[in-house]
Each structure stands twice: as structure tokens, then as C-alpha cells.
Write a protein that binds this ligand. Sequence first.
Ligand code: NAD
Length: 502
Amino acid sequence: MKDIRTELTAAPQIVTGYVGGRFESDTGEAIDVTDPATGTAIGLLRESDADQVDRAVAAARAAFPEWSRTTVAERQKALMAIHDAILENADELARLETLNTGIPLTQTSAMHIPRAAQNFRFFAEFINQDSGEVFTQEPGYMSFVTHEPLGVCALIGPWNMPLGLTAMKMAGALAFGNTCVVKPSEITPLTLARLFAILDARGVLPRGVANLVNGRGHVTGSALSGHPDIDMVSFTGGTETGARILTALAPGIKLGAMELGGKSPSIVFADADLERAIDGAMLGSFMNNGQMYLAGSRIFVQRAVAEPFIEAFVRRTRALRVGDPFDPVTEVGPMINEAQLQRVERFVASGLSEGAELVAGGARHDGPSGGFYVQPTAMIAGSNALAVCQQEIFAPFATLQVFDDEEEVIARANDSVFGLVGYVWTQDLERALRLSRALATGTVLVNTPILRDLRTGFGGVRQSGLGREGAKGSRAMFTEMKSTIVALERPRLPRIGLGDAA
Ligand code: NAD
């Protein structure tokens, strides 16, 4: 582990903006980039100030006319070149992602990086098959709907899956003929910076088609989302930040696509395959160090199986291997930073003060190397009204509630300001389909943990978001729908303005 870290940090990672096909290093404040497993600085980010953001938007604007007129084959070639570049550098990207996020290498290498590449392949294939609509019912008219690129897209990403989630936005924006300015989280800028360097070296994209700015939300992020010459923002992050960005977009009546927080219920019925439901609830709560937007960590168990489920869940939560994210046996790595650790401590205290029972974890974990480690935590809650059941904790922290019947659990599951995913564990097909209708979430997953299918849209209802990512959802996000109506037979028109001649 030490060797991997030493090798990766031998030269500090310097992160700068990439504007109009050139890395710029001379602007903005210097901000440390930290390894959450050790708490030490591993790189330096030169923050993009408003001037650099302005140049990046101008470069994207200048590149737009030509890029929006590229053929499908040209765009497919570029998207597949990015796909290949990611896969050919997958080991390095996975290690960098793990170094900067603390997510176990087993997960970044098996899931996050391949998924980042897959996004580009998916949209390369999608645009070839994509179609508009034609309406021919009226003999005198032909009406058709096309999808036009929007222009300059601002793509703002979070720290919990930096490359994968932002790659999804880049792939969609570029595929539909837009140019973009990408802003990763200032906490985890390393993999996107590396990807831009790889693409630059390979000359994959024309200048200005994809630009990179880096920095904090209130500096770089707000300069970008409030820039008068962007056409939309695609944002993934916290609900409060999303609301701030929507406010910035409102005066220009611009589109904001929002992938926001969640507090997703996992509902385990007595007729479920219990072993699989426990496996699924464990993954749903603790993958990605629990820092997961689609975590299914608000668990409801039907009374008849509550005892064996909770016994096994608690036993396995206590047995989770917390450790260095580069260690192949590690199941849960460190939190992203001290603030996240304190957040867990605050929620444990809040749960206890509201009467929840702490059954696993609840405290800092020594960890192997002085990083931001926490014990995987579980609390039994008597009511869904508790803050631990209502607020997104974004940590390896599950709550367990017992329920009696279907109607009751639907009401309790829907008692949330969020609505990202609903997980249902049952072998009763009719019940599964009833729940699919009844849950107020953008996605329902039946008998499976965390899964995203790019063909279906992913996104949230209520305060979990606006818009859907994937296939037609991304098309709706990254294009403007245009209707064209053509008269074919010179239909008779009322003639006005002829005065007495009429
Ligand atoms: P965050 O909202 O703090 O930051 C996200 C991004 O927004 C960062 O790049 C940040 O610099 C930027 N930002 C902050 N203030 C800004 C402003 N005023 N204007 C423009 N940009 C600004 O979120 P985070 O802490 O990085 O990520 C965690 C949150 O993201 C959680 O709530 C999680 O649920 C959510 N999330 C949602 C999804 C999803 O698909 N729904 C996916 C991942 C994460």
C-alpha cells in the first residue's frame, strides 16, 4: 500500500484549468488536494477564477458551431476514442481515484472506471439509432420534432464518484452536439485532470470542445453557473447547492438538470429471499464507503423476519473490514474528510437523543494510517420522523425500522423530502409491481441492490432532482426539442388586411 502511495505521489499532482486546448497554470488560489486515507496533501489545485471561467466559456462557445455540425460518425469516433483512452489508462485512473476519494481500489477498478468508459460507448451507440418524430395524420401538413444541441453546457460534479458521474455528463453533452465546461469537485479533481491530459496528448477533441475549470463552489462553481453565456447546467451534488444553482439560472430562464441527494428506502418483506436481501442491504448501505447518492440505507423490515434480518445485518456491519482503500481486503475505506466524520458523530448523537438504539459502530475508527475513518454504523429507529431517517447522512450509516403491512410501509417510505430510489425485496410479483407504482421515487429496484441501466433514465423526484440521465433522459437534458410544421397543400387561409377589397 505504501508503495502504491509513494509511487503515485512521488511528484505532487498539479491540477490546472484546461481552456481552448491548452492547460493554464497561472491563475487563482492554490488549494491542497488531500488523501483521505492519511489526511496528507497529495496535490495542489490552482483555482480557476472568474476570468478563467470566462475564457473557458468563450472557448466552448467558439467551438460550438463546428462541433454541432459534425457528423454522427465523427462524434462516434471521438466518443470511442475517449472510451478507449479511459480503458487503456484504467489502472492509473483507478489508483488516482482511490488515492483522492478513499474508495476501495477493488471498487474503483472493477466498477467506477470501466463505467466511466462505458458511458462514452453507450452514447456513441445511442446517437446512431436516435430518432425524432414525424406526424402525418393531417393530409395537408407534415409535422416533425427534432432535437437540436443546446450550445455550451456547464457540467458540475461531486466528490463521491468523480470520474464516473462527470463522464456521464460529458458523454451525453458531447454526443448530442454540445460543447462543455467541466467543473469537478475541488475535493477530488485528480482523475478528471488526468483524463483531460490523456485526451490532450492524443488530440481526441478539437480545441474548445471540452474545457476544464477547477475550484471551490462559491468561486469557480458560481462563476460558471452564473455565467451569462452558458446554455444550461447539468449538476450532480447536494440539494442545497442544486437550489443555489437553479436560482442563478432563473434570471436567464435556463435549464438546470439536477441529480441531487437521496434517503432511499430498502423494504424487506417477510416473503423475500432473506439471504439476498441482507446481502443487498449491506451493499446498499456500505459500498463506496457509504457515500452514495443511491444508498438504500433507510431499511424497513417486516416484523416476521425482523429478528433474523437485524441480527445478521448488525453482525455483518460490525464485521466489515475497514481499512486502507488500496488493501484488496478492505470493504470500507475512509470518509472523504474531517467534516464528513463530524457529520457522522453529529447524527449518532442526534439519533441517540431522539431515542434510536445504536447497534453497530457509531464512533471514529483508528484506521491504519491516520485518515478519516469511521466505524460502519447502524441504528434501530422507532419512527421514520427521526433526523437519522429524514436527512441524508452520506456515510456508512444505516437505519433499521420494523413494519407490519404493505400500506404502512409505503406511507413511511414515502415520508421523505427525497425520492431517488426505492428498493423492494419480495418474491411476490404483484406486490413488487404495486410497490413500483406506489413508491415516490425516480427508480425502483426489485430484488437487486444498486444498479443503473443507461437505457432507462436515472434521476430523482421531489428534492432528489430534476431531469433524468441516460438515453432519452440525457437527450432531453442536452437538446432543445424543436417542432417544425410544414403545409403541403396550400390550405385556404382567412385573408385579413385587405380593407374594402375583401
Ligand atoms: P456539493 O453540492 O457540495 O458539491 C457538488 C459540486 O458543486 C462541487 O463541484 C462544488 O464545488 C460545486 N458547487 C458548490 N457550490 C456551488 C455553487 N454555488 N455554484 C456552483 N457550483 C457549486 O456536493 P458534494 O458534497 O460534492 O456531493 C455530495 C452530494 O451529492 C450528496 O448530497 C449526494 O447525494 C449528491 N449526489 C447525487 C447524485 C445523484 O445522481 N443524484 C450523485 C452523486 C452525488
